[in-house]
Design a protein around this ligand. Structure first.
Ligand SMILES: *[C@@H]1O[C@H](CO)[C@@H](O)[C@H](O)[C@H]1NC(C)=O
Ligand SMILES: *[C@@H]1O[C@H](CO)[C@@H](O)[C@H](O)[C@H]1NC(C)=O
Ligand SMILES: *[C@@H]1O[C@H](CO)[C@@H](O)[C@H](O)[C@H]1NC(C)=O
Ligand SMILES: *[C@@H]1O[C@H](CO)[C@@H](O)[C@H](O)[C@H]1NC(C)=O
Length: 862
């Protein structure tokens, strides 16, 4: 020991005094410790290192009296004791014991204040540390410039986020442009609105308010938990005064329509969604069917009619704007795909993103999600007005707080551009939403150049500045048109009424695949220019609805997962004509083959059959003068397969007069919605290994035999374009397909040169061939496209292509690029334990329907 110390001293001196940089460490051969030494006890550092049997390396960074010391590992290996024991730490422990017993008598022991062994640890890289806003963009500076004296303004991070400046609604520059929502009215269809609040009384619109629960003129909150509508209203129109915070459109008006504080009939719900609809521009709806991961419900006939009435006749014909929260049930595996309100083409569906820009675990994903807006998560909630004269809420959140933030932005936009139609509002979302978390596995490129889509984030975060800048010189879209495909009945599948069925194809391994073609003639005949939404209606019989997965693949290889697995959904009713919606195909050319795949979990107990499906394509008119208004068919809500081609003699009266209780927006909002950390790494539908739609065989069959006149399947003769898919069986055909595919692929690439850019992913057929395994998405896409073009497209000349481009289609999609190499898009990972424990137990088929009163309990918890 003495010898060693004498050797170390010069080293120590050298480092402590002269070293300009730390000594190299040898962690493989030495153990390192940090020793805190107190020289005032009289014991020198050398006494201490003697006692511990270590050598001094250097001072520990800039910490005075802290020393990095070390001992060779071989010394320890010679120790007769077991590996876990560390002689240095043992010596330290002995010294400490002495310290407590006889402190005075042992200055060495007293001088060792602290010793710890240094372990190598890999620190996780973080996102670059947030950079604070420039001084002129702090909440204080903005408040000064705009004369904002609301005491909580500085805590309203969704308005000015000083910690993460890139994450806010980004509206303050819009205010500075002089816009604050003047003249715009939003209606809070909710649980009441406290019009006596200091924050809201000046912006309250009594004329357009009503209480449909108690049938009174004013939407007075009466139940103890009737604070939700008031909080949401505050986000939109809390006044610029001295109460709480401020609304996004603080000079706009809010009306309150109370429907959530008790059961409500369809007729009243319908009336609520049209209440004051000439003067009200936007309906803020933060409710829907229960977010329990097992219900599948949508609006009834009357309610659908009211919504169509709203978009057709509301706001002087420009259309009411319906904003719906996506739902808070993601932790229960819920998806807004199973909610007929969020699934509606007429609603702007809004999910949540937290103050760090992460996905909050409650926020539901689906193919109908349009945007995200800021709400609770990762330790922050929304600060807004509360029920009471001068009460403030600081724990508001969930997707139902995201929706009003979107409403506030739309109110600002409508002040700037009152002529925007309901569809312009959606187009502007599609085009201006800001992509967040670009590395999130959910993002996929879509047909529109440079745009991406995520089931979690829709087209991205709504950014008031980008939105309104774009709105200012936006050219209003042409009227809406649509066309239905015929219904494909698979192997004679019929469902004369719910739960009664026959025919259909058994869903075996690999699922059931069916394809239908859309021709240029169909598009032209229907005066159809640019695609916006698509609907897919399916009839599926199944012993466990939550096992069923549905995905759709467009002619250009863009995939929409329409139904992911839902562990908690044990319903035995299957899908009796359920309508899905996707916005992911916005701007795509609909011509070509659309392929659906229905699969299940292959469980022994639960199985089912795919009976039939159809599609509706919605978009803008070529010739506005020929456009007509959509009317909800009387049988639109029916379950019958094949659907009636003409309305049945009389509508079912029972459906029209039903009464239901909508779940409170907070009913399934987890209690920790504000605190729980968000994420940006989890794919919504992971594990895509066996879910690639096999397209070669069905699409060859389908699109090589179009009937000249109809251009698509006449109901029965061609409907067997579906087949179960097995790897082996397809193999031989695939070999042929590869050859043919390569040939057409080459031709296509040559043709594509006429386009400005060819997405890199389009070169993928080669890698698919190398891979030698069916299931490589990109390769099957290429085969698919190649076969698709065998039919008619191959004859198109360049002039056609140019016309198509001019018509507004983003024809060649970079979908393959977007989805390539992603570990998964198609299945929900089974969620273990916690979040499902509530859903476990009594799972009856009827659990889909909301049970009266259940929300009361839940929301008193929330
Ligand atoms: C927010 O608004 C500013 C203009 O004030 C704009 O430059 C910026 O791009 C917008 N978006 C973000 C994320 O800051
Ligand atoms: C709607 O606005 C018009 C004028 O803008 C006004 O005359 C009418 O009274 C308003 N109606 C309601 C219900 O507020
Ligand atoms: C994301 O994935 C991790 C690990 O797979 C899991 O622990 C976490 O709960 C997931 N988060 C969400 C929001 O699903
Ligand atoms: C499908 O499920 C039913 C009910 O569990 C069962 O009786 C039947 O044998 C299953 N069919 C097949 C082909 O697995």
């Amino acid at each position: 020991m003495l010898l060693r110390w004498s050797l170390v001293l010069p080293l120590l001196a050298q480092h402590a005094v002269f070293a300009a940089y730390p000594a190299k460490r040898f962690y493989s051969s030495h153990n390192y410790y940090v020793l805190e030494h107190d020289p005032s006890t009289g014991a020198s550092l050398s006494d201490v290192v003697h006692a511990l049997g270590v050598e001094v390396v250097e001072q520990a960074g800039e910490l005075v009296n802290h020393w990095l010391v070390r001992v060779e590992k071989s010394d320890m290996a010679l120790s007769p004791r077991d590996e876990i024991s560390d002689p240095v730490l043992d010596a330290y422990q002995r010294l400490r014991r002495e310290t407590t017993l006889e402190r005075r008598s042992n200055p060495v022991a007293a001088s060792v204040r602290y010793l710890s062994r240094q372990a190598l640890r890999q620190r996780t890289k973080r996102a670059p540390p947030p950079i604070g806003p420039p001084p002129e963009w702090t909440a204080e500076a903005i408040a000064d410039r705009l004369g904002i004296h609301d005491p909580l303004f500085k805590t309203q991070w969704h308005l000015v986020n000083e910690e993460y400046p890139e994450h806010s609604m980004n509206a303050t520059s819009i205010w500075e442009m002089g816009l604050s929502g003047k003249g715009v009215i939003s209606s809070l269809v909710d649980d009441g609105l406290d019009y006596t609040s200091e924050d809201l009384k000046d912006n309250f619109d009594a004329d357009d308010s009503y209480d449909f629960n108690d049938h009174e003129k004013l939407p007075t909150p009466k139940l103890s938990d009737d604070h939700h509508g008031t909080r949401c209203a505050g986000q939109i129109a809390a006044g610029k005064n001295t109460a709480c915070g401020i609304g996004l459109a603080y000079d706009s008006k809010v009306a309150g329509v109370r429907i959530l504080s008790g059961p409500i009939s369809d007729v009243d719900e319908a009336a609520s969604l049209n209440y004051g609809f000439q003067n009200v521009s936007i309906y803020s709806c933060s409710w829907g069917p229960p977010d329990n991961g097992k219900s599948m419900e949508g609006p009834g006939y009357l309610i659908k009619k009211a919504v169509v009435n709203g978009i057709t006749n509301g706001r002087g014909g420009k259309g009411s704007i319906y904003v719906f929260a996506s739902g808070n049930g993601a932790a229960h595996g819920d998806q807004c795909n199973f909610d007929g309100y969020t699934n509606s083409i007429y609603s702007v569906t809004v999910s949540a993103v937290d103050y760090k820009g992460l996905h909050p675990y409650y926020s539901e994903p689906c193919a109908a999600n349009m945007i995200v807006a800021y709400s609770s998560g990762s330790g922050r909630s929304i600060v807004t007005t509360d029920k009471g004269k001068n009460a403030c809420a600081t724990t508001h959140g969930g997707t139902s707080a995201a929706a009003p933030n979107a409403v506030g932005v739309f109110a600002l936009a409508l002040e700037a551009r009152p002529d925007l139609t309901w569809r312009d509002i959606q187009h502007l979302c599609v085009l201006t939403a800001r992509q967040i978390n670009k590395d999130d596995p959910d993002w996929e490129a879509i047909a529109l150049p440079g745009r991406y889509y995520s089931y979690k984030y829709g087209f991205g975060a709504l950014d008031a500045y980008q939105y309104i800048k774009a709105a200012q010189d936006w050219q209003v879209v042409k009227p809406q048109v649509w066309f239905h495909t015929k219904t494909i009945q698979i192997e004679g599948g019929v469902m004369p009424e719910s739960e009664a069925y026959s025919g259909g194809r058994f869903i075996g391994p690999g699922g059931v695949v069916s394809t239908m073609g859309v021709t240029k003639e169909m598009v032209a005949e229907n005066n159809f220019e640019t695609l916006e939404h698509i609907n897919v209606k399916v009839w599926i019989q199944h012993g466990k609805r939550g096992d069923v997965e549905v995905e759709l693949r467009s002619p250009h290889g863009i995939r929409s997962v329409l139904a992911g697995k839902r562990n908690g959904d044990n319903a035995i009713t299957g899908y009796p004509g359920w309508t899905f919606m996707s916005v992911k195909h916005w701007g795509e050319n609909p011509v070509g083959d659309w392929t659906i795949k229905v699969s299940d979990q292959g469980s022994a107990e639960h199985n089912g059959s795919f009976l039939g499906w159809n599609m509706v394509f919605w978009g803008s008119a070529v010739d506005p003068s020929k456009a007509t208004s959509y009317e909800v068919p009387q049988d639109d809500v029916d379950v019958v397969l094949p659907p009636h081609e003409s309305p049945p003699p009389s509508p079912t009266t029972s459906a029209a007069t039903s009464t239901k209780q909508h779940a409170k927006p907070t009913a399934h909002l987890p209690g920790d919605h504000g605190e729980a950390a968000g994420e940006n790494t989890n794919a919504t539908f992971p594990d895509q290994s066996d879910t690639t739609i096999p397209s070669a065989v069905p699409s060859l069959g389908a699109s090589s035999t179009p009937t000249a006149d109809e251009g698509w399947f006449s109901d029965m003769s061609n409907l067997v374009s579906s087949q179960a898919w097995f790897f082996g069986a397809v193999g031989a055909v695939a070999l042929f397909g590869i050859a043919a595919g390569l040939y057409f692929w080459r031709r296509r690439v040559l043709r594509l040169r006429n386009y400005s850019t060819l997405p890199e992913g389009d070169e993928l057929p080669m890698s698919g061939v190398r891979g030698g395994r069916l299931g490589g998405g990109p390769r099957t896409k290429e085969l698919y496209d190649a076969f698709g073009e065998v039919s008619e497209d191959e004859d198109e000349d360049d002039a056609d292509e140019q016309t198509r481009l001019r018509a507004g289609y983003a024809d060649e999609s970079p979908a393959a690029t977007g989805s390539r190499g992603r570990p998964g898009q198609y299945r929900d990972e089974p969620e273990a334990g916690t979040s499902h424990s509530r859903a476990g137990g009594a799972a009856s088929p009827d659990e889909g329907s909301p049970s009266d009163g259940s929300w009361e309990h839940a929301s008193s918890v929330a």
